[in-house]
Design a protein around this ligand. Structure first.
Ligand SMILES: Nc1nc2c(ncn2[C@@H]2O[C@H](COP(=O)(O)OP(=O)(O)OP(=O)(O)O)[C@@H](O)[C@H]2O)c(=O)[nH]1
Ligand SMILES: [Mg+2]
Length: 354
């Protein structure tokens, strides 16, 4: 189950106002020239991500969003009034698709991310533009341009509580399959997972938590190397990160690998450094002795990091990890900006149509 919520709706930009046909008529100016002004520009429909919304429920009450038309032009070269844009607020994490083709048009991740869903039409030209030496009294003006219109589909990504991160092949998907009922593809080569996979961790006496298996990160991810950047955006929304490290790598490679990813996260966004993180030393079934494990653990604990050692393959340590994870999650408040939500705020705010 990748998505919890979907909505389909229609958007239309307003139509531009008609250009005006008019002639100056004043005392002592019996045959004044053309003075019809241009039509006004119509409003566009924008979708804007807001942290104050958490579902697409409001779209079941309203399915048409149409921006205002531009006003027609007036005599005396007066332009018609333009219409205001219509802003439709959507939850953070909304993916906008064309309902007919399925094409992804926008991924509205951050508060304030905006997408022009239907552009309003320009106003037509008044007859003042059409005067020439041959035709001093043009009766011609152009109609306004019609606004764009289309059906859109909105998909809301489940917000994950936990993000599984680590180098490719570290065993993230294997771990997801042990923490939840999800059955992601697992294979012995890097970049097996190409899209974030979700699973639900359900422990007795605890609420369900959503875990996202984020495709393998590599050096340069913050610059878009590998599958990089696209998915780093999703990590921002998790409460806890489980950093999966392949403990079977020789010498201090587990530590260096860990640092590579941490550096990528920091380069991407400094705040991510403060995110609650547990280091999961995986593949300990490969290690020769408890002493080897202790030495590897030490590399992390001496730097103040919390470590849980497991084998995602055999299941060793997975129960302890589950228990610890739920303990942390229960104690970490979800920060969805709920506190800042004024009561009167509705899902869909419309700017005035003129
Ligand atoms: N021996 C052993 N092998 C493991 C363990 N965990 C995962 N593996 C193996 O490591 C390989 C990679 O596992 P995945 O779970 O696909 O790794 P991933 O981190 O999801 O990899 P990407 O999706 O490519 O980023 C697979 O062959 C797994 O069977 C473990 O604890 N012990
Ligand atoms: Mg994987």
């Amino acid at each position: 189950m990748a998505f919890i919520d979907e909505a389909k709706f229609f958007v239309k930009g307003g139509d531009g106002g008609r250009g005006c046909v008019s002639f100056r008529r004043e005392k002592f100016v019996p045959k004044g020239g053309p003075d019809g002004g241009d039509g006004g520009r119509a409003g566009s429909v924008y979708l804007q991500a807001s942290s104050r919304l958490h579902s697409l429920i409001d779209f079941s009450y309203k399915s048409h969003f149409i921006a205002g038309n531009g006003e027609n032009g007036h005599a005396k070269k007066m332009h018609g009034k333009g219409a205001q844009d219509l802003i439709v607020f959507v939850p953070k994490g909304s993916i906008v698709k064309d309902a007919d083709t399925g094409e992804v048009l926008a991924d509205l991740v951050e508060d304030g991310d905006r997408f022009c869903a239907a552009r309003g039409g320009d106003g037509g030209r008044g007859n003042v533009h059409f005067a020439s030496a041959h035709n001093r009294a043009p009766r011609r003006a152009t109609p306004g341009y019609p606004g764009e219109e289309r059906w859109l589909r909105l998909e809301l990504k489940l917000l994950a509580d936990v993000g599984l991160i680590g180098l490719p092949n570290a065993g993230k998907s294997t771990l997801l399959s042990k923490l939840s009922a999800a059955r992601p593809k697992i294979a012995d080569y890097p970049f097996t997972t190409l899209e974030p996979q979700l699973g639900i961790l359900q422990m007795e006496h605890s609420e369900p938590y959503v875990i996202a298996d984020i495709p393998g990160l590599i050096h340069g991810a913050h610059l878009g190397v590998g599958l990089g950047h696209k998915f780093l955006r999703h990590i921002e929304r998790t409460r806890v990160l489980l950093h999966v490290v392949d403990a079977s790598c020789p010498d201090d490679e587990p530590w260096l690998n860990y640092q590579t990813i941490e550096e990528e996260l920091r380069q991407y966004k400094d705040e991510l450094k403060a995110r609650r993180c547990v280091v999961v030393l995986n593949k300990i079934d490969y290690l020769e002795s408890p002493a080897t494990l202790a030495a590897i653990s030490d590399l992390f604990t001496k730097n103040g990091l919390e470590v849980v050692a497991i084998s995602a393959l055999t299941g060793t340590g997975v129960d302890q990890l589950k228990t610890r994870l739920v303990e942390i999650l229960d104690a970490t408040p979800i920060d969805l900006g709920l506190a800042a939500m004024p009561e009167e705020l509705s899902a869909v705010d419309e700017t005035e149509e003129s």
